[in-house]
Design a protein around this ligand. Structure first.
Ligand SMILES: [Zn+2]
Length: 279
């Protein structure tokens, strides 16, 4: 069943676990996430970003997710990840997405505040949840979100409190030291900043850049208010590596077999993170 973000994050916040948000780009990745959720009996968020609209349109993504989740009883959220353009948010809502992320982190604080509030009003009228972002993540290796030279701007806890109460967002993505992509050196995550934000803000907090973050840090983040963790880069990096290994072997594969193997590789990463987040 497809549900909205608010419903799964409420349970996560109450019971102190995090729901994994896994980026999908095609049929194989969608199937990988849904089968992982079904086999592990753990809720999942299927995240599709506007940057992948050339790969699949929103209606097609929704049709696949809707069909594949009809028979399963574990909650699945269909979420629009990192969306800078309001027109794409409305398109996703019309296509049946149950959750959207408006990313106004490139705008001035005032503009981000105003746009987010408008989007929340429209989305809530149709029962769709909204995630927004304050602060800005740095870009890591192999990132497909933002540039590698992007600088880190930590979320300001005082601004976060005002932002959440003014806009009415359902979840807030915070910047505390994780990066989009793989870490270039040792990750420097500030649990202190997270604690400051969590003490002022009531809504579930979101951690972007989950790929490669050490398990101990993940546990610490979950204990201190993180209820949704995004994983993108590692799904791609791992799967591409495994396909490369296949290709260098003696055997020539039929494309249909590569598709099935891809689903399997995606599941390995998704299940690894699911069991790390859900404890
Ligand atoms: Zn992100």
């Amino acid at each position: 069943m497809i549900v909205n973000l608010q419903s799964v994050l409420k349970d996560a916040k109450d019971k102190k676990y995090a729901v994994g948000s896994f980026n999908v780009y095609n049929y194989e990745t969608i199937r990988g996430v849904i089968e992982s959720a079904k086999e592990s009996q753990i809720p999942a968020i299927i995240a599709f970003g506007e940057r992948y609209m050339e790969n699949m349109d929103f209606k097609t993504v929704h049709a696949i997710v809707d069909t594949m989740t009809k028979e399963i009883d574990i909650p699945i959220v269909l979420h629009l990840d990192h969306c800078k353009f309001p027109e794409n948010i409305f398109k996703a809502i019309r296509a049946g997405f149950t959750s959207v992320m408006y990313d106004g982190s490139h705008l001035s604080y005032e503009e981000n505040l105003k746009n987010t509030k408008e989007i929340v009003e429209i989305a809530h009228a149709t029962g769709v949840s909204v995630e927004a972002e304050l602060g800005s993540l740095a870009g890591g290796e192999g990132s497909n979100e933002g540039a590698e030279d992007q600088n880190e701007i930590y979320t300001n806890p005082i601004q976060a409190k005002e932002f959440v109460s003014f806009t009415g967002v359902d979840a807030l993505a915070v910047s505390i030291g994780t990066v989009h992509g793989m870490y270039k050196g040792e990750p420097k995550i500030s649990i202190d900043v997270l604690k400051e934000i969590a003490s002022r803000v009531d809504v579930p907090l979101v951690l972007h850049g989950g790929s490669g973050t050490p398990e101990v840090t993940i546990r610490d983040c979950i204990q201190n208010g993180i209820c949704k963790i995004n994983v993108n880069t590692e799904i791609s990096v791992y799967t591409v590596e495994k396909i490369k290994e296949l290709m260098t072997g003696e055997k020539t594969y039929h494309l249909s077999n590569i598709s099935l193997k891809t689903v399997g590789y995606v599941k390995e990463i998704v299940k690894k993170y699911m069991s790390m987040f859900y404890r």
